[in-house]
Design a protein around this ligand. Structure first.
Ligand code: GH3
Ligand code: MG
Ligand code: MG
Length: 401
Protein backbone atom coordinates (compact mmCIF):
# COMPACT_ATOMS: atom_id res chain seq x y z
CA UNK A 1 0.00 0.00 0.00
CA UNK A 2 1.38 3.43 -0.91
CA UNK A 3 0.88 6.48 1.26
CA UNK A 4 0.67 9.87 -0.40
CA UNK A 5 2.60 12.50 1.53
CA UNK A 6 1.87 16.10 0.63
CA UNK A 7 4.60 18.78 0.69
CA UNK A 8 4.33 21.08 3.73
CA UNK A 9 2.99 24.54 2.72
CA UNK A 10 6.13 26.37 3.93
CA UNK A 11 8.31 24.23 1.61
CA UNK A 12 6.01 25.07 -1.31
CA UNK A 13 6.20 28.73 -0.30
CA UNK A 14 10.01 28.65 -0.64
CA UNK A 15 10.39 26.37 -3.65
CA UNK A 16 7.23 27.09 -5.64
CA UNK A 17 5.63 24.38 -7.74
CA UNK A 18 6.00 22.80 -11.19
CA UNK A 19 9.15 23.49 -13.22
CA UNK A 20 10.02 26.52 -11.05
CA UNK A 21 10.55 24.16 -8.09
CA UNK A 22 13.28 22.21 -9.92
CA UNK A 23 15.07 25.43 -10.86
CA UNK A 24 14.75 26.88 -7.35
CA UNK A 25 16.39 23.71 -6.00
CA UNK A 26 19.50 24.46 -8.12
CA UNK A 27 19.53 28.00 -6.68
CA UNK A 28 19.27 26.62 -3.14
CA UNK A 29 22.24 24.33 -3.95
CA UNK A 30 24.27 27.43 -4.85
CA UNK A 31 22.99 29.04 -1.63
CA UNK A 32 24.42 26.10 0.34
CA UNK A 33 27.86 26.67 -1.23
CA UNK A 34 27.61 30.38 -0.27
CA UNK A 35 26.67 29.43 3.29
CA UNK A 36 29.66 27.05 3.61
CA UNK A 37 32.02 29.69 2.20
CA UNK A 38 30.60 32.28 4.62
CA UNK A 39 31.16 29.86 7.54
CA UNK A 40 34.82 29.32 6.53
CA UNK A 41 35.28 33.09 6.15
CA UNK A 42 33.71 33.71 9.59
CA UNK A 43 36.11 31.19 11.13
CA UNK A 44 39.10 32.82 9.38
CA UNK A 45 37.93 36.24 10.62
CA UNK A 46 37.65 34.86 14.16
CA UNK A 47 41.24 33.55 13.86
CA UNK A 48 42.30 37.03 12.71
CA UNK A 49 43.32 35.91 9.20
CA UNK A 50 40.75 38.20 7.50
CA UNK A 51 39.75 41.69 8.56
CA UNK A 52 36.18 42.12 9.84
CA UNK A 53 35.47 44.83 7.23
CA UNK A 54 36.51 42.53 4.39
CA UNK A 55 34.40 39.71 5.86
CA UNK A 56 31.24 41.85 6.00
CA UNK A 57 31.85 43.23 2.50
CA UNK A 58 32.21 39.75 0.99
CA UNK A 59 29.29 38.41 2.99
CA UNK A 60 27.14 41.32 1.72
CA UNK A 61 28.18 40.59 -1.89
CA UNK A 62 27.33 36.89 -1.54
CA UNK A 63 23.99 37.51 0.20
CA UNK A 64 22.95 40.13 -2.39
CA UNK A 65 23.91 37.88 -5.32
CA UNK A 66 22.07 34.90 -3.87
CA UNK A 67 18.97 36.96 -3.03
CA UNK A 68 18.91 38.49 -6.52
CA UNK A 69 19.21 35.21 -8.43
CA UNK A 70 16.84 33.42 -6.04
CA UNK A 71 14.22 36.14 -6.62
CA UNK A 72 14.64 35.98 -10.42
CA UNK A 73 14.23 32.19 -10.44
CA UNK A 74 11.56 31.88 -7.71
CA UNK A 75 9.35 34.58 -9.27
CA UNK A 76 9.32 32.64 -12.54
CA UNK A 77 10.83 35.62 -14.39
CA UNK A 78 13.79 33.49 -15.54
CA UNK A 79 11.46 30.96 -17.22
CA UNK A 80 11.68 33.01 -20.43
CA UNK A 81 15.34 32.00 -20.91
CA UNK A 82 16.74 28.79 -22.32
CA UNK A 83 18.34 28.11 -18.93
CA UNK A 84 15.88 29.32 -16.25
CA UNK A 85 18.43 28.54 -13.51
CA UNK A 86 20.57 31.42 -14.93
CA UNK A 87 23.67 29.30 -14.24
CA UNK A 88 25.94 31.23 -16.64
CA UNK A 89 25.34 34.79 -15.32
CA UNK A 90 25.20 33.46 -11.75
CA UNK A 91 28.53 31.66 -12.25
CA UNK A 92 30.12 34.81 -13.72
CA UNK A 93 28.99 37.02 -10.82
CA UNK A 94 30.19 34.43 -8.25
CA UNK A 95 33.60 34.41 -9.93
CA UNK A 96 33.76 38.21 -9.65
CA UNK A 97 33.05 37.96 -5.89
CA UNK A 98 35.77 35.31 -5.44
CA UNK A 99 38.26 37.47 -7.36
CA UNK A 100 37.29 40.41 -5.12
CA UNK A 101 38.13 38.18 -2.16
CA UNK A 102 41.42 37.27 -3.87
CA UNK A 103 42.31 40.97 -4.02
CA UNK A 104 41.18 41.84 -0.49
CA UNK A 105 42.24 39.01 1.82
CA UNK A 106 45.99 39.53 1.64
CA UNK A 107 48.55 36.78 2.09
CA UNK A 108 45.95 33.92 2.19
CA UNK A 109 44.59 34.88 -1.25
CA UNK A 110 46.00 31.65 -2.78
CA UNK A 111 43.20 29.72 -0.98
CA UNK A 112 40.53 31.44 -3.06
CA UNK A 113 41.79 29.75 -6.25
CA UNK A 114 40.15 26.55 -5.00
CA UNK A 115 36.82 28.44 -4.83
CA UNK A 116 37.25 29.55 -8.45
CA UNK A 117 37.92 25.94 -9.41
CA UNK A 118 34.76 24.94 -7.57
CA UNK A 119 32.66 27.53 -9.46
CA UNK A 120 33.94 26.16 -12.80
CA UNK A 121 33.45 22.52 -11.72
CA UNK A 122 29.83 23.09 -10.65
CA UNK A 123 29.09 24.50 -14.14
CA UNK A 124 29.53 21.10 -15.78
CA UNK A 125 26.26 19.92 -14.18
CA UNK A 126 24.22 22.66 -15.78
CA UNK A 127 26.03 24.49 -18.61
CA UNK A 128 26.56 23.46 -22.20
CA UNK A 129 30.10 22.31 -23.12
CA UNK A 130 31.05 25.62 -24.79
CA UNK A 131 29.71 27.62 -21.83
CA UNK A 132 31.94 25.59 -19.47
CA UNK A 133 34.96 26.67 -21.51
CA UNK A 134 33.79 30.31 -21.52
CA UNK A 135 33.24 30.29 -17.74
CA UNK A 136 36.71 28.76 -17.19
CA UNK A 137 38.19 31.47 -19.47
CA UNK A 138 36.24 34.16 -17.56
CA UNK A 139 37.65 32.91 -14.22
CA UNK A 140 41.21 32.81 -15.60
CA UNK A 141 40.82 36.29 -17.14
CA UNK A 142 39.40 37.92 -13.98
CA UNK A 143 42.04 36.44 -11.67
CA UNK A 144 44.86 37.34 -14.13
CA UNK A 145 43.69 40.97 -14.26
CA UNK A 146 43.54 41.00 -10.45
CA UNK A 147 47.10 39.58 -10.25
CA UNK A 148 48.51 42.16 -12.68
CA UNK A 149 46.56 44.88 -10.86
CA UNK A 150 48.11 43.82 -7.53
CA UNK A 151 51.63 43.82 -9.04
CA UNK A 152 50.98 47.18 -10.70
CA UNK A 153 49.63 48.69 -7.44
CA UNK A 154 52.72 47.43 -5.56
CA UNK A 155 50.76 45.20 -3.13
CA UNK A 156 53.16 44.29 -0.28
CA UNK A 157 54.49 40.73 -0.60
CA UNK A 158 53.16 40.41 -4.15
CA UNK A 159 56.23 40.88 -6.35
CA UNK A 160 56.28 40.45 -10.13
CA UNK A 161 57.88 37.05 -9.57
CA UNK A 162 55.07 35.99 -7.19
CA UNK A 163 52.41 37.43 -9.48
CA UNK A 164 53.74 35.46 -12.45
CA UNK A 165 53.79 32.23 -10.43
CA UNK A 166 50.19 32.82 -9.29
CA UNK A 167 49.19 33.69 -12.85
CA UNK A 168 50.70 30.52 -14.36
CA UNK A 169 49.31 28.18 -11.70
CA UNK A 170 45.79 29.69 -11.67
CA UNK A 171 45.45 30.05 -15.46
CA UNK A 172 46.74 26.58 -16.27
CA UNK A 173 44.68 24.83 -13.59
CA UNK A 174 41.48 26.78 -14.31
CA UNK A 175 41.70 26.16 -18.07
CA UNK A 176 42.51 22.47 -17.54
CA UNK A 177 39.49 22.20 -15.25
CA UNK A 178 37.32 24.04 -17.82
CA UNK A 179 38.31 21.49 -20.48
CA UNK A 180 37.39 18.60 -18.15
CA UNK A 181 34.09 20.37 -17.30
CA UNK A 182 33.41 20.80 -21.02
CA UNK A 183 34.06 17.13 -21.66
CA UNK A 184 31.81 15.97 -18.82
CA UNK A 185 29.11 18.44 -19.84
CA UNK A 186 29.24 17.06 -23.43
CA UNK A 187 28.84 13.55 -22.00
CA UNK A 188 25.88 14.70 -19.85
CA UNK A 189 24.19 16.32 -22.87
CA UNK A 190 24.71 13.16 -24.94
CA UNK A 191 23.33 10.87 -22.22
CA UNK A 192 20.31 13.09 -21.69
CA UNK A 193 19.60 13.17 -25.47
CA UNK A 194 19.92 9.38 -25.65
CA UNK A 195 17.58 8.89 -22.70
CA UNK A 196 15.03 11.24 -24.36
CA UNK A 197 15.24 9.17 -27.55
CA UNK A 198 14.89 5.98 -25.54
CA UNK A 199 11.81 7.34 -23.74
CA UNK A 200 10.26 8.34 -27.08
CA UNK A 201 10.97 4.94 -28.57
CA UNK A 202 9.38 3.30 -25.54
CA UNK A 203 6.23 5.43 -25.91
CA UNK A 204 6.06 4.54 -29.63
CA UNK A 205 6.61 0.86 -28.89
CA UNK A 206 3.84 0.92 -26.28
CA UNK A 207 1.49 2.61 -28.77
CA UNK A 208 2.38 0.03 -31.44
CA UNK A 209 1.81 -2.81 -28.99
CA UNK A 210 -1.64 -1.59 -27.94
CA UNK A 211 -3.06 0.13 -31.04
CA UNK A 212 -4.63 -1.29 -34.17
CA UNK A 213 -2.76 0.50 -36.94
CA UNK A 214 -5.65 0.63 -39.43
CA UNK A 215 -8.37 2.08 -37.20
CA UNK A 216 -6.38 3.60 -34.32
CA UNK A 217 -8.57 1.63 -31.87
CA UNK A 218 -7.21 -0.60 -29.12
CA UNK A 219 -6.00 -3.91 -30.51
CA UNK A 220 -7.17 -7.25 -29.23
CA UNK A 221 -4.40 -7.62 -26.65
CA UNK A 222 -4.96 -4.13 -25.20
CA UNK A 223 -8.71 -4.68 -25.20
CA UNK A 224 -8.25 -7.94 -23.29
CA UNK A 225 -6.16 -6.05 -20.71
CA UNK A 226 -8.94 -3.49 -20.36
CA UNK A 227 -11.53 -6.22 -19.92
CA UNK A 228 -9.45 -7.96 -17.27
CA UNK A 229 -8.94 -4.81 -15.24
CA UNK A 230 -12.64 -3.95 -15.58
CA UNK A 231 -13.55 -7.42 -14.28
CA UNK A 232 -11.24 -6.90 -11.30
CA UNK A 233 -13.00 -3.59 -10.60
CA UNK A 234 -16.48 -5.07 -11.05
CA UNK A 235 -15.73 -7.96 -8.71
CA UNK A 236 -15.07 -5.36 -5.98
CA UNK A 237 -17.82 -2.86 -6.77
CA UNK A 238 -20.53 -5.20 -8.10
CA UNK A 239 -21.61 -2.60 -10.70
CA UNK A 240 -22.89 -3.92 -14.06
CA UNK A 241 -20.74 -4.06 -17.19
CA UNK A 242 -21.61 -5.21 -20.72
CA UNK A 243 -19.74 -6.25 -23.83
CA UNK A 244 -21.01 -6.13 -27.38
CA UNK A 245 -19.33 -8.04 -30.18
CA UNK A 246 -20.05 -6.05 -33.33
CA UNK A 247 -19.52 -7.45 -36.82
CA UNK A 248 -19.95 -5.64 -40.13
CA UNK A 249 -22.47 -7.45 -42.30
CA UNK A 250 -21.43 -8.89 -45.67
CA UNK A 251 -18.11 -7.14 -45.44
CA UNK A 252 -16.55 -9.59 -47.86
CA UNK A 253 -18.87 -8.18 -50.53
CA UNK A 254 -17.58 -4.67 -49.85
CA UNK A 255 -14.06 -5.92 -50.54
CA UNK A 256 -15.15 -7.89 -53.58
CA UNK A 257 -17.18 -5.08 -55.21
CA UNK A 258 -15.30 -1.95 -54.16
CA UNK A 259 -11.81 -3.26 -53.52
CA UNK A 260 -9.75 -3.87 -50.41
CA UNK A 261 -8.89 -0.18 -50.03
CA UNK A 262 -12.55 0.74 -49.78
CA UNK A 263 -12.92 -2.10 -47.26
CA UNK A 264 -10.19 -0.48 -45.15
CA UNK A 265 -11.93 2.87 -45.53
CA UNK A 266 -15.19 1.36 -44.21
CA UNK A 267 -13.37 -0.10 -41.20
CA UNK A 268 -11.86 3.32 -40.42
CA UNK A 269 -15.22 5.06 -40.90
CA UNK A 270 -16.91 2.59 -38.56
CA UNK A 271 -14.24 3.18 -35.89
CA UNK A 272 -14.53 6.94 -36.13
CA UNK A 273 -18.36 6.98 -36.14
CA UNK A 274 -18.51 4.58 -33.20
CA UNK A 275 -16.00 6.55 -31.15
CA UNK A 276 -17.97 9.73 -31.70
CA UNK A 277 -21.12 8.00 -30.51
CA UNK A 278 -19.86 6.40 -27.29
CA UNK A 279 -19.34 7.64 -23.74
CA UNK A 280 -15.83 8.40 -22.47
CA UNK A 281 -15.86 5.34 -20.21
CA UNK A 282 -16.78 2.98 -23.06
CA UNK A 283 -13.89 1.16 -24.68
CA UNK A 284 -13.90 0.01 -28.28
CA UNK A 285 -11.29 -2.31 -29.73
CA UNK A 286 -10.71 -4.15 -32.97
CA UNK A 287 -11.22 -7.78 -32.06
CA UNK A 288 -10.13 -9.08 -35.47
CA UNK A 289 -10.92 -8.54 -39.17
CA UNK A 290 -14.25 -6.69 -39.38
CA UNK A 291 -15.23 -7.58 -35.83
CA UNK A 292 -15.10 -5.09 -32.93
CA UNK A 293 -15.54 -5.45 -29.19
CA UNK A 294 -17.27 -2.74 -27.22
CA UNK A 295 -17.08 -2.68 -23.41
CA UNK A 296 -19.65 -0.55 -21.61
CA UNK A 297 -19.13 -0.16 -17.85
CA UNK A 298 -21.85 0.97 -15.41
CA UNK A 299 -24.79 -0.01 -17.63
CA UNK A 300 -27.02 -3.06 -17.61
CA UNK A 301 -27.90 -5.04 -20.75
CA UNK A 302 -31.01 -3.03 -21.64
CA UNK A 303 -29.20 0.31 -21.34
CA UNK A 304 -26.27 -1.03 -23.37
CA UNK A 305 -28.70 -2.34 -25.97
CA UNK A 306 -30.12 1.17 -26.47
CA UNK A 307 -26.59 2.51 -27.07
CA UNK A 308 -25.69 -0.25 -29.54
CA UNK A 309 -29.00 0.21 -31.38
CA UNK A 310 -28.28 3.93 -31.70
CA UNK A 311 -24.87 3.10 -33.14
CA UNK A 312 -26.37 0.49 -35.49
CA UNK A 313 -28.88 3.02 -36.88
CA UNK A 314 -26.19 5.63 -37.23
CA UNK A 315 -23.92 3.28 -39.21
CA UNK A 316 -26.77 2.14 -41.45
CA UNK A 317 -27.65 5.77 -42.27
CA UNK A 318 -24.08 6.86 -42.98
CA UNK A 319 -23.03 6.98 -46.65
CA UNK A 320 -19.47 5.74 -47.14
CA UNK A 321 -16.90 5.94 -49.91
CA UNK A 322 -16.07 8.79 -52.30
CA UNK A 323 -19.41 8.77 -54.09
CA UNK A 324 -21.31 8.12 -50.88
CA UNK A 325 -23.35 5.35 -52.51
CA UNK A 326 -22.16 2.63 -50.13
CA UNK A 327 -23.84 1.90 -46.82
CA UNK A 328 -23.14 -0.98 -44.48
CA UNK A 329 -24.99 -2.50 -41.57
CA UNK A 330 -23.75 -4.16 -38.41
CA UNK A 331 -24.89 -7.04 -36.24
CA UNK A 332 -24.12 -7.22 -32.54
CA UNK A 333 -24.26 -9.74 -29.73
CA UNK A 334 -24.51 -8.21 -26.28
CA UNK A 335 -23.82 -9.83 -22.88
CA UNK A 336 -23.94 -8.41 -19.37
CA UNK A 337 -21.23 -9.80 -17.11
CA UNK A 338 -22.56 -12.38 -14.72
CA UNK A 339 -20.77 -12.60 -11.33
CA UNK A 340 -18.47 -15.60 -11.14
CA UNK A 341 -18.16 -16.26 -14.88
CA UNK A 342 -14.82 -16.13 -16.67
CA UNK A 343 -13.82 -13.51 -19.21
CA UNK A 344 -13.75 -16.16 -21.97
CA UNK A 345 -17.22 -17.38 -21.08
CA UNK A 346 -18.59 -13.84 -21.00
CA UNK A 347 -17.28 -13.08 -24.51
CA UNK A 348 -18.39 -16.49 -25.74
CA UNK A 349 -21.98 -15.65 -24.70
CA UNK A 350 -21.77 -12.40 -26.70
CA UNK A 351 -20.34 -14.34 -29.65
CA UNK A 352 -23.16 -16.89 -29.53
CA UNK A 353 -25.86 -14.21 -29.78
CA UNK A 354 -23.89 -12.43 -32.52
CA UNK A 355 -24.09 -15.69 -34.45
CA UNK A 356 -27.84 -15.78 -33.86
CA UNK A 357 -28.16 -12.14 -34.98
CA UNK A 358 -26.46 -13.14 -38.24
CA UNK A 359 -28.64 -16.23 -38.59
CA UNK A 360 -31.84 -14.30 -38.03
CA UNK A 361 -31.18 -11.78 -40.82
CA UNK A 362 -28.31 -9.44 -39.70
CA UNK A 363 -28.59 -5.67 -38.99
CA UNK A 364 -29.72 -6.21 -35.41
CA UNK A 365 -28.47 -6.44 -31.83
CA UNK A 366 -29.44 -9.36 -29.59
CA UNK A 367 -28.86 -9.80 -25.87
CA UNK A 368 -27.54 -13.00 -24.30
CA UNK A 369 -29.64 -14.39 -21.50
CA UNK A 370 -27.91 -14.44 -18.11
CA UNK A 371 -26.25 -17.81 -17.40
CA UNK A 372 -27.29 -19.93 -14.40
CA UNK A 373 -25.80 -18.36 -11.24
CA UNK A 374 -22.42 -19.70 -10.11
CA UNK A 375 -22.65 -21.12 -6.53
CA UNK A 376 -21.28 -18.58 -4.07
CA UNK A 377 -21.44 -15.65 -6.48
CA UNK A 378 -23.86 -12.79 -5.85
CA UNK A 379 -26.88 -13.15 -8.18
CA UNK A 380 -27.34 -11.12 -11.38
CA UNK A 381 -29.98 -8.41 -11.09
CA UNK A 382 -32.54 -10.18 -13.31
CA UNK A 383 -34.67 -7.13 -13.99
CA UNK A 384 -31.60 -5.51 -15.52
CA UNK A 385 -31.78 -7.89 -18.48
CA UNK A 386 -35.54 -8.00 -18.77
CA UNK A 387 -36.07 -4.20 -18.82
CA UNK A 388 -35.72 -1.88 -21.80
CA UNK A 389 -37.52 -1.00 -25.01
CA UNK A 390 -38.11 -4.34 -26.73
CA UNK A 391 -34.60 -5.54 -25.94
CA UNK A 392 -34.43 -8.98 -27.56
CA UNK A 393 -33.01 -11.42 -25.01
CA UNK A 394 -31.82 -14.68 -26.54
CA UNK A 395 -31.93 -17.97 -24.66
CA UNK A 396 -28.60 -19.64 -25.20
CA UNK A 397 -28.26 -23.32 -25.98
CA UNK A 398 -29.45 -25.33 -22.95
CA UNK A 399 -26.25 -27.35 -22.94
CA UNK A 400 -24.13 -24.24 -22.43
CA UNK A 401 -22.61 -24.36 -18.93
P1 GH3 B 1 -21.04 -11.74 -42.27
O1 GH3 B 1 -22.16 -10.79 -42.51
O2 GH3 B 1 -21.52 -13.12 -42.03
O3 GH3 B 1 -20.14 -11.26 -41.19
O4 GH3 B 1 -20.21 -11.81 -43.61
P2 GH3 B 1 -18.84 -11.14 -43.91
O5 GH3 B 1 -18.62 -11.12 -45.35
O6 GH3 B 1 -18.79 -9.82 -43.22
O7 GH3 B 1 -17.84 -12.09 -43.14
P3 GH3 B 1 -16.68 -13.00 -43.67
O8 GH3 B 1 -16.06 -13.58 -42.43
O9 GH3 B 1 -17.16 -13.94 -44.70
O10 GH3 B 1 -15.66 -12.02 -44.35
C1 GH3 B 1 -14.92 -11.09 -43.64
C2 GH3 B 1 -13.99 -10.41 -44.60
O11 GH3 B 1 -13.30 -9.32 -43.98
C3 GH3 B 1 -12.93 -11.33 -45.15
C4 GH3 B 1 -11.64 -10.57 -45.00
O12 GH3 B 1 -10.89 -10.54 -46.19
C5 GH3 B 1 -12.09 -9.17 -44.68
N1 GH3 B 1 -11.12 -8.45 -43.88
C6 GH3 B 1 -10.58 -8.81 -42.70
N2 GH3 B 1 -9.72 -7.89 -42.27
C7 GH3 B 1 -9.71 -6.90 -43.21
C8 GH3 B 1 -8.99 -5.66 -43.34
O13 GH3 B 1 -8.21 -5.27 -42.49
N3 GH3 B 1 -9.25 -4.92 -44.44
C9 GH3 B 1 -10.12 -5.31 -45.39
N4 GH3 B 1 -10.32 -4.52 -46.42
N5 GH3 B 1 -10.77 -6.48 -45.32
C10 GH3 B 1 -10.58 -7.26 -44.24
MG1 MG C 1 -18.94 -9.67 -41.13
MG1 MG D 1 -16.58 -11.56 -38.95
Amino acid sequence: MTTLRSTPPWVTWITGTGPVRRHVMFCLGAGLIYALTAAIMAHSTWLGLIGAGVFWLLLGCMATTFALFFALVRSGWSQRFEDPVLAMPHGMVSILIIVLAYVLIGEYRGDTIILLAQAVAVAMFRLRPRQCLILGGWAALCVSLAQFGLVWAGEPGFSLQRGLTHFTVSTVSLMALAVVAMWISAMRVRISRQSDELRQTLVQAQALATTDMLTGLLNRRAMTDQLESELARVSRSGTPVCVALIDIDHFKKVNDHYGHRMGDEVLRAFASLAQGDLRQVDQLGRWGGEEFLLMMPHVDASQAWVAVERLRNRIAAHPMGDSGNLTVTISAGLAQFSPGESLDRWIERADQVLYQAKQSGRNRCLIAEAPPPVPGASPVPVQAVARGPAAPVVRLHPSSP
